[in-house]
Design a protein around this ligand. Sequence first.
Ligand code: ZN
Ligand code: ZN
Length: 155
Amino acid sequence: MRQYDVAQVCPNGHLSNSRVATEPLHNKPFCPDCGEQNITACSKCGHSICGELVGGMVFTSEFIPPAYCYHCGGAFLWTEKKKQAAIDLFLDEVQDEEDRRRFAENVEHVTRDTPQAQVAASRIKKALDKLKSGAGDMIRKLVVDVAASAIKGQL
Ligand SMILES: [Zn+2]
Ligand SMILES: [Zn+2]
């Protein structure tokens, strides 16, 4: 039977095991990358974090932990942290209060696949193109990680 397994992830978004139930051998209480305690359930609603599709003939590409909980729609801790990191990096580069406020707002928009997200993505792109390439690329990478999948390509 094909079904979704459970994922074990740390608060920073490092994946320890995408098949908690079918391959418990790979379960780890703590993250080998950062040492934080791993979780397997949403901290907001308590449902399991959706893992890899298992059973039958399944070919999966590299598993990426979901950004949002499928059950309550809440952002996982790693999604919040990446969003905040992108905004913090932007604040280091840009002094204008209005630009800062808009950037944070646009980051919020691209995390959801709405018509506004398209506009927000193009605004973020323009804002980042004005920055020094190193900082711009780093921020872009974080925003792409938290952006809705339909929006990722536009950043
Ligand atoms: Zn970690
Ligand atoms: Zn949840």
